[in-house]
Design a protein around this ligand. Sequence first.
Ligand SMILES: [Zn+2]
Length: 477
Amino acid sequence: MPAPTADAAAAPRPIDLLVRGRIVTMQPGATPIADGAVAVDGGDIVACGPFADLDRRFAPRRRLGDANAIVMPGFIDAHTHCTQCFVRSLTANELPMIPRIYNPAQRALSPDQAAAAVRLLSAQLLASGVTTVCEGTLNPDHEAPILAALDEVGIRAVMARGRADQDFYHASLYRQLNETSWAKPRPGEAEADLARTEAMLDAYPPAGRQLIRAAVNASALLGFSEGYFREGAALARRHGATIQVHVGRDREEVEFSLAVWGRRPIERLADLGVVDRHLVAIHAVLASEGEIELLAKGGAALAHSPIECVANMNGVPNLPRFRAAGIRVALGCDNQANDMFANMRACWLLHGAKWGLPAYDPAFLSAGDVLAMATSEAADVLALADRVGTLEPGKAADMVVLDGDRPHLFAAHDLKTELVRYGSRGEIAQTIVEGRVLYDRGDFASIDLDRLRADAAAGAADMERVVEGRRYTPLGD
Ligand SMILES: [Zn+2]
């Protein structure tokens, strides 16, 4: 009998958790590990490899998964607003509705309701395998309750904050007969608000181990001044944070930008020095060819919400063109379906119908690309790749365990294709953030569902009252 090697003779190392399954690491070029495992200790991944090997090396206090399970990085929801949670379905059949319904509803939300909205959003996201959410908030009164609720839930988050500092008037197509569009910054407000963002960046730095990282939210060209954009971009660069801007979202914004500055929206951002690696361009559904080039040249990224494209009837970005230009893309749920499987499927079908079918081009967007935009590439877009996005030693143990023992997954060949085309949140067994099992087969570790159910029903009823007189379509139609 051969002498045992030093490694085999060593006592197994005690660790917190060992997760067994078919491992989709999402590392570039890596193929899934057939019967693999991820070893977790102190919130970090300490090893990832064949199960037999890790089972010998580690003595876990807890085990999850099995040989059939599928284990992958937690999804990243790269764009949302929790304060839209209670009003969502009231907006259907009500377009256009953002100034008429979303904005008044968000303004009416109390700080306690904002916290409840975070719990509701988080519960929906965790149950669909999302471990990181990027929240954009415009109301300073909501910031503290949102941060407290994120902390209480324990989900990873990027918190982009910023308050508008500019008055504007959009003389729409018809009012242009007698009026013109204009934008007027409110003096001093940009400086005061960006000082507040800088304080948040100091408290929640965009590096390190803490679960929440801050970001600059210069939400849109209409409400944020030239000075805000210039200084906000500089602030993002100084702190290594992202600056998040809704841009090229709808026709009214393009009209306004052309009327006031004589430039298309992304051209205007480029003029203001905002288009660099820190910029996350949100939506950009109306980006022209030249604007796509500007984003690519600057190294900026796109946050793309495929379901929102149809829900708000704003447009469909030329995603294959963005990708061919080398632009990094992250998928966001934007509070439409807080379900990343639904979002990935919508992405595949929407762009298949829009760009793949007319050219009979089955290679318009691969499943691996779609999955990357929901995990590894999204981590890069949000400046989180040092901690999450792939399963590898040294990164945080943010991951999802899927029950692979379901008939629709019995004959799996290519796991990435299976997940994007056929997977659903119904297979999610556990959702884990930094080694902590926050969702386990219907149970939430940090969310009281009875309280949440009551808060959500009350919030929804309140929002219905707030927007009642502003709706065009009676409920039920
Ligand atoms: Zn948004």
